[in-house]
Write a protein that binds this ligand. Structure first.
Ligand code: ATP
Ligand code: MG
Length: 573
């Protein structure tokens, strides 16, 4: 393709709402444009990268025997009503009506549609197992669309669903997808971790997320370098040990106006882990007192799971409710002597602590030397804390590390949740009717592209891994008015095209510096510069990810380029 004819509207200035490198670079390099909040259109370069990622996904899915299909994005409400998810999705689902006033939605995910297909088409164990997938547009009216295509309201997902006769079969299908996903993200040049995750609203078990390590990731991951344990924050646990200390006498201490942990640390001169803080929440109108160690935070997803609530059903209680239940000003809540109907929920670490300090439920007072069991008992003891750097690995005890991650893929075992709700059954060998056992596997295609950019860029622009680069090579004649440079550049271009190498030629009549900057910005892996040395029969090859320049004889350049491409692709597989 000739650059003069390609629609690559690169930008110098980028809209202020682009906060992260991938968002900035996708706009700057002319890969995409914003149509509305969380809705993007792809231009030629962006579209080519999407296609590359899709092709890698296809190849690896097919290699594991999964079969590609295509469902509709427009889905009749009845299917989601059958599983109850018409309401569960809430405002995230785009709902609409047809001309006859019938309800539809734009599919946010396709468990129902695939299960419906299978309940109609599969009757016997002989037709199982099956893994079906599609690459298709999803719609989710996200509460906070942001970071460009990382979290958008319309996006392309590869979603796959497995159908097995039993759990053993599901384990095998799940492992196939695990392998396929690992190869897909390897080939995309990503550095990722596979983490244990909370299955969330989809239900199921063995939920694993493929997380691309990145400071801009929305997820927090705890991982262990010694044993390989990795889990996201909502699921991560840590070892907690019982403190060995003699129980001391409870003692009330006067702490005038000292409310926060920081103030207590200063006032009493004791480290924050000797305190236990009491947070009062409102859960569906009922009050819940939640206790964690003073230096820790409550993980609200863990808390929601323990209480069996949805996000919108839980909030921190207002001052008035806190004062009513504690009989004190805000800042002096504790587990002993709470008034009225309040559920007491303590983090699993609390019973192991000795002689800690809590609020006294009396303005300006705290209580020292408090011990679980002797001084108070909880209604629920559960792990509700956030793990932090240095906490000990639950498997091997080594110190845990914390990183941020971008969730690019998610695999999990659904079991019979959807097959039972929709009546997808099969006849086994003995003629018994049984529910099909399902798994579910998703990859965000656009988010994967953005994640690749997050891990592969510098101050000049994108550095595409060869496997997903929109073009492999860009030929830059330094001076297009120089007949010889022009002729040699065009000749190399023609020979590369003949060899089916994906090549651009920058035939624009602009300064060489502008061409080099654009080539760096759009991140083409191999640059061939045709300049003055062409008189001696020499051109230059420069790789986007290296500083050195290699001089090559014109007649050798095509062979050398093919070699580099193959080498780079091999490194990624
Ligand atoms: P998240 O927690 O980021 O909202 P999710 O758990 O809702 O993700 P899934 O329903 O498991 O995501 O979807 C499968 C994949 O689709 C995700 O791993 C992610 O890569 C992608 N994805 C999900 N929501 C979006 C979105 N709003 N924009 C772009 N990609 C998305
Ligand atoms: Mg989501």
């Amino acid at each position: 393709m000739k650059l003069s004819q390609l629609l690559i509207p690169t930008l110098r200035e980028v809209p202020a709402d682009a906060e992260i490198p991938s968002h900035v670079l996708m706009l700057k390099a002319g890969l995409m444009r914003k149509l509305a909040a969380g809705i993007y259109i792809y231009l030629p370069l962006g579209k080519r990268v999407l296609k590359k990622v899709e092709e890698i996904v296809r190849e690896e899915m097919d290699r594991e025997g999964s079969q590609e299909v295509l469902m509709s994005a427009l889905i009749p409400a009845e299917l989601f009503k059958e599983t109850g998810r018409w309401d569960v999705f809430g405002p995230e689902m785009f709902k609409l009506k047809d001309r006859n006033d019938r309800d539809f939605c734009l599919g946010p995910t396709h468990e129902e549609v695939f299960t419906d297909l299978i309940r109609n088409e599969v009757k016997s164990y002989r037709q199982l197992p099956l893994i079906l997938y599609q690459i298709q547009t999803k719609f989710r009216d996200e509460r906070r669309p942001r970071f460009g295509v990382m979290r958008s309201r319309e996006f392309i997902m590869k979603d796959a669903y497995s159908f097995d006769a039993d759990w053993e079969g599901l384990d095998a299908s799940f492992n196939k997808m695990y392998r396929a996903y690992s190869r897909i993200f390897d080939r995309c040049g990503l550095n990722y971790l596979v983490v244990e995750a909370d299955p969330g609203a989809m239900g199921g078990r063995d939920s694993k997320e493929f997380m691309v390590i990145s400071s801009v990731g929305e997820a927090v991951i705890a991982y262990c370098e010694s044993c390989g344990y990795a889990a996201n924050e909502e699921k991560a646990e840590c070892l907690v040990e019982a403190q060995e200390e003699e129980l001391r006498e409870v003692e009330k201490v006067y702490t005038p106006n000292v409310r926060s942990i920081e103030e207590l640390v200063k006032f009493l001169g004791i480290s924050p882990d000797k305190f236990v803080k009491t947070l009062i929440y409102k859960a569906k109108g009922k009050l819940v007192a939640v206790l964690v160690r003073g230096d820790r935070d409550v993980n609200e997803t863990k808390l929601l799971n323990v209480l069996g609530l949805r996000e919108e059903e839980l909030e921190l209680a207002d001052a008035e409710s806190v004062e009513k239940v504690t009989g004190a000003k805000v800042g002096f809540a504790g587990p002993i002597g709470l008034k009225g109907d309040v559920l007491l929920l303590v983090d699993s670490e609390i019973p192991l602590l000795r002689n800690f300090i809590v609020g006294a439920n009396e303005t300006d007072y705290h209580i020292k030397n408090v011990n679980y069991s002797r001084d108070f008992k909880a209604d629920i003891v559960a792990d509700i804390k956030n793990v932090v750097e240095g906490d000990r690995c639950p498997r091997c005890g080594a110190p845990l590390k914390i990183a941020r991650g971008i969730e690019v893929g998610h695999i999990f075992k659904l079991g019979t949740k959807y097959s039972e709700a929709l009546g997808a059954t099969y006849m086994d060998e003995e003629g018994n009717e049984k529910p099909i056992v399902m798994g579910c596997y998703g990859i965000g295609i656009n988010r994967t592209v953005a994640a690749i950019i997050e891990q592969h860029h510098d101050e000049k622009g994108i550095i595409w891994p060869m496997s997903v680069a929109p073009y492999h090579v860009i030929i830059v004649p330094v001076n297009v008015s120089d007949e010889e440079q022009k002729r040699v550049a065009e000749d190399i271009y023609a020979r590369l095209l003949e060899e089916r190498v994906e090549v651009l030629i920058d035939d624009r009549d602009v300064r060489a510096g502008v061409k080099f900057n654009d080539a760096d910005l759009i991140g083409i892996p191999i640059r061939v510069t045709v300049g003055k040395k062409v008189k001696e029969g020499i051109v230059e090859i420069k790789l986007r990810d290296k500083e050195e320049i290699e001089e090559v004889r014109v007649e050798k350049v095509v062979g050398r380029i093919k070699e580099i491409i193959e080498e780079k692709l091999r490194e990624l597989s």
